[in-house]
Design a protein around this ligand. Structure first.
Ligand code: AN0
Ligand code: CP
Length: 317
């Protein structure tokens, strides 16, 4: 595997899961694989988990790591070609990207949707420029439309906790004060649709995901109905995708917050969220602190998903 941007890059998903569980059993079995190899992690947006878990995964494989926060100390980057650069951006991505490629063997990029142009976001303009111009394997650390390292960790977690072969997994929208990208729910749906789980998406009207991500998932507009018999509740906020509201908050309806009463409708479901999470907007204190909450083991599996992906990339060098 050279680049990792979505579920299909992994190839056989069951095989990748098997590899992930082998890595989890012995994280230090492949410490020679990354010797003298350098990972460069580029952040256009904030991060806690992705930064730490990916760096740890690279260290487990014996790699050296460098982290660049583009917005803290680097030159502001222009991304449009043809622009007369007389504004506040002294450097162009078209030079910056190949230069970054000179100093490393593998590049990870975090670049969220900017909500200025749906076309730019959904064509993964920034991520694809890294793939095209860096000369290095590139993996997504959450791009405009997907967060595959998160979804892989989510899948690993569900496999660890599921009590039936074909669990009912429910992705629920929940309220949030600010506009958030669709990357996490898109990606989660893409990965769930690649399994044979019973997968249901619930959200208020106007929050439909792009059809290429929702796929054949069942959409249920009644959140309580969706929760009935669920084995996993995966909460996330996202801003509207559909026009004319692309990138906007069209509801902050707190009746969608995940609480104890709603969790009681489920089949003693586990509660999941990628974090960071705003308590008592997305989920109540009681639910996130309950024994059914598996947000911490879910975050722990970010190290495993990153290490599995990095191992596959290193093997292809
Ligand atoms: C980001 C998002 O919703 O995409 C990152 C989640 C992993 N969340 C925030 O910006 C709060
Ligand atoms: N879940 C996740 O990607 O968290 P960070 O934004 O903190 O990296």
């Amino acid at each position: 595997m050279r680049n990792f941007t979505n579920v299909h890059d992994l190839g056989d998903l069951q095989q990748a899961l098997k590899e992930a569980f082998e890595i989890k059993k012995d994280k230090f079995r492949f410490t020679e694989l990354g010797k003298n190899k350098t990972l460069l992690m580029i952040f256009f947006n904030s991060s806690l988990r992705t930064r730490l878990s990916t760096q740890k995964a690279a260290m487990n494989l014996g790699m050296n790591t460098m982290v660049l926060d583009v917005n803290q100390g680097a030159w502001k980057l222009e991304s449009e070609r043809g622009v007369v650069m007389d504004g506040d951006k002294p450097e162009h991505l078209l030079e910056a990207i190949p230069v970054m490629g000179c100093y490393c063997d593998v590049i990870g990029v975090r670049s969220f949707a900017q909500f200025e142009s749906k076309e730019d976001d959904y064509s993964e303009k920034i991520l694809n420029q890294f793939i095209r111009y860096s000369g290095r394997p590139v993996f997504s650390m959450e791009a405009a439309t997907r967060h595959p390292l998160q979804s892989f960790a989510d899948l690993i977690t569900i496999e660890e906790y599921k009590k039936t072969e074909r669990p009912k997994v429910v992705l629920t929208w929940a309220p949030h004060p600010k506009a958030l990208p669709q990357a996490v729910p898109n990606s989660f749906a893409e990965w769930m649709n690649a399994t044979d789980y019973d997968f249901v998406i619930t959200h208020p009207e106007g929050y439909e995901l792009a059809p290429e991500f929702a796929g054949n998932a069942r959409v249920e507009y009644d959140q309580k109905k969706a929760f009935e018999g669920a084995d996993f509740i995966y909460a996330k906020n996202w801003a509207a995708y559909t026009d004319p509201n692309y990138g906007q908050v069209v509801s902050k309806d707190r009746s969608w917050t995940v609480d104890t009463e709603k969790m009681a409708l489920t089949n003693q479901a586990y509660f999941m969220h990628c974090l960071p999470v705003r308590r008592n907007m997305i989920v109540t204190d009681d639910v996130i602190e309950s024994p059914q909450s598996i947000v911490i083991p879910e975050a722990a599996n970010r190290e495993i998903s990153a290490q599995t992906v990095l191992k596959k990339i290193l093997e292809s060098l």
